[in-house]
Design a protein around this ligand. Structure first.
Ligand code: PXL
Length: 270
């Protein structure tokens, strides 16, 4: 059984981050360890959540793991609860990250998530330099690469975005939340010197919190079990599509991913 460590916040209500990564990775047959970067009463799509960063706890947790000989096959990083904890997370990556997947979760719709400081992107850039695979959405890729956010992007824009993201040194980049011209949504994937590949699924024109986190969890589970970059990303996109289709109303409580978990069970995998 592959062992995955997922490092992101525990938002108590709202279906994102750890509350989706843990069930998804378990359903995929991975043993999932968690390192909460903070506890929030809800994700930041709700107004004024209570926030409790666990910045001072990250190094002692990792030190105890080291003393016990704990290891992981892959480390996946998502939302950081504050900028001060980036260094401690970097140390965990260096100590435990055989394969490192970074979702630089910090914004959407052209803007940083509320509650994050203007220093956050710089800290995320440093983390991205440690990643084997990077999974930004379009907003995050634009912020990280210094390109202006383009709400109506062309293929050339994505080509540039992907090329610039690869300069962080990763083996693969997947830009998520890419809308197509004909009512589709999907991703752009890139590996060094191989151009970009796009993949689109039918678009249900609704925005939900946590879909990027679901994508990252499925991608990580598939990758650590031997899938290629494209196969892992296609599986992740297919799962998110099913979760959105299973969700009736746009709601801050997130998508109905629970009903779709059985499709991830190893014995049922397509
Ligand atoms: O889904 C990304 C995410 C993760 N964690 C927190 C968030 C968000 C998006 O809003 O607020 C706390």
């Amino acid at each position: 059984m592959k062992k995955v460590l997922t490092i992101q916040d525990l938002s108590c209500v709202g279906c994102c981050s750890l509350t989706v990564a843990l069930p998804v990775l378990s359903a995929m047959g991975c043993r999932c360890g968690v390192l909460p970067t903070g506890v929030l009463s809800t994700h930041t799509g709700f107004p004024n959540p209570h926030r409790h960063p666990l910045t001072g706890d990250i190094a002692p947790i990792a030190a105890h793991w080291k003393s016990q000989g704990v290891t992981f096959d892959a480390v996946q990083v998502g939302y950081l609860a504050d900028v001060a904890q980036a260094e401690a997370v970097e140390a965990v990556i260096r100590d435990f990250g055989k394969t490192v997947i970074i979702d630089p979760a910090m914004g959407d719709g052209g803007r940083l998530y509320s509650g994050l400081t203007p220093e956050h992107p710089e800290a995320m850039k440093k983390l991205c330099a440690l990643g084997d695979y990077l999974l930004p959405n379009v907003t995050e890729a634009a912020i990280l690469t210094g390109l202006p956010f383009d709400p109506d992007p062309s293929r050339a824009y994505f080509q540039t975005l992907a090329e610039r993201m690869l300069r962080f040194g990763a083996k693969g980049v997947v830009i998520t939340g890419v809308t197509g011209k004909n009512g589709t949504i999907g991703f752009v994937a890139a590996e060094p010197n191989q151009g970009i590949q796009t993949y689109q699924v039918s678009c249900i024109p609704r925005q939900f919190h946590g879909t990027g986190d679901l994508f990252a969890a499925v991608f990580t589970g598939a990758l650590v079990q031997g899938a290629s970059l494209m196969a892992a990303a296609e599986k992740a996109a297919g799962f998110v599509e099913k979760c959105i289709a299973a969700t009736r109303e746009p709601t801050p409580y997130g998508v109905n991913f629970e009903s779709q978990l059985p499709s991830l069970f190893p014995s049922r995998a397509e």
